[in-house]
Design a protein around this ligand. Sequence first.
Ligand code: HAM
Length: 415
Amino acid sequence: MDPLQALPGTYDLLPEEAARWDRLHARVADFMARYAYGRIETPHLEPADLFSRSVGTDTDIVQKEMYAFEDRGGRRLALRPEGTAGVVRAFIEHSLDKQRPYHKLWYWGPMFRAERPQKGRYRQFWQFGVEAFGVAEPSMDAEQIALAWTLADSLGVVAGTLRLNSIGDAQCRPAYRELLLRFLTGIESKLCDGCRARLTTNPLRVLDCKEAGCRRLLADAPRTVDHLCDDCARHFDGVRASLDSMSVPYRLDPGIVRGLDYYVRTAFELDSPRLGAQSSVLGGGRYDGLVKALGGGDVPGVGWAAGIERVLLSTEEPALTSEPLHAYVAAFPETREAALAWAQTLRARGAKVETDHQGRSLQAQMKEGSSLGARYVAVLGPDEWGKGEVTLKNLESGSQEVLVLERAGSLIAPA
Ligand code: HAM
């Protein structure tokens, strides 16, 4: 029988890489606390309808990529392709808008899209993201973009450009759509197959086609930012002014239209030159009508999400280097039991400690301690142990001394 393997586009997270994930998670959680975001987690499984009503029936995500199926009770369910819809559902279900005037929430978890797997593109991938509800002012958009930029910088993401656009709202978009349709119909025969199909379903999305031929033709397309209504224009000016006052660099890009239907006004993406074809590290924008469309009140919202695999692929290593062991406790055959007990004492005091379980030679244990990045190797020789002492070797300086256990313990374990 062939050995079973993980499905295409999915992968196992092994300890070394998982340690990088843990460090990333700690860093992200710290940043979220700095910006006053509270944690929310929603189910990975939701009614499929939630995504068609929010992400949009005509989007690639819902049409082609969503893992949707009927369960044993005949309910149509989906593995969530993104996080915003579930958070909005939870926001409405728990009447969070009745508790406080506004909410800032963040999440971290797996998403599922049946895309063609390639580097940086998976079928089960992970996102962390933020959603802020109840604030229509542009300062919230700007604060979220600043959070994304500063966090990416602190993680050592080799960032490309932060690209910003405004795609208008229900007031100004219909007229713009007409204008765009007229332009696109004029060049229809020269567009790629994908664009020709989108022309009828979602003409705005033609603007973010990556085909070189289409890109050249689209350079002359009407831009949303030139056709905003007064309210949208004022909002966009506000976002830009706040970004400027926080010294967050960005480039205006009329091609940022996003692949999900719920966006209005602000849309943005950050890419990294390290990623190749799948260059977007994070993306988001404003979605003021979404809470209402899903049955809640008239509550504005704005958010973004980052692909965790893509963050890690585009991160310079030093920013997420591992924290080494405090000590490796090396033992002789007579002191193995003692080594296990002393390691237990040090661990209870908060130290990161490893010890030998295989009766290996002292030399092999010293080598293991060094390969695990331990600061100290504590050698429990039988004579010293009998006197309540231990030989402590500092692997950084190479120095070595015999110390009473208590003194060695306080050097190893952090206060
Ligand atoms: P999105 O642009 O579809 O937005 O996804 C956000 C990020 O998820 C992307 O920038 C990318 O890093 C990562 N991503 C997407 N698909 C894949 C994939 N197949 N494999 C690996 N990484 C992937 C959203 O999902 C919105 N919910 C963001 C948002 C939150 N907007 C408002 N609030």
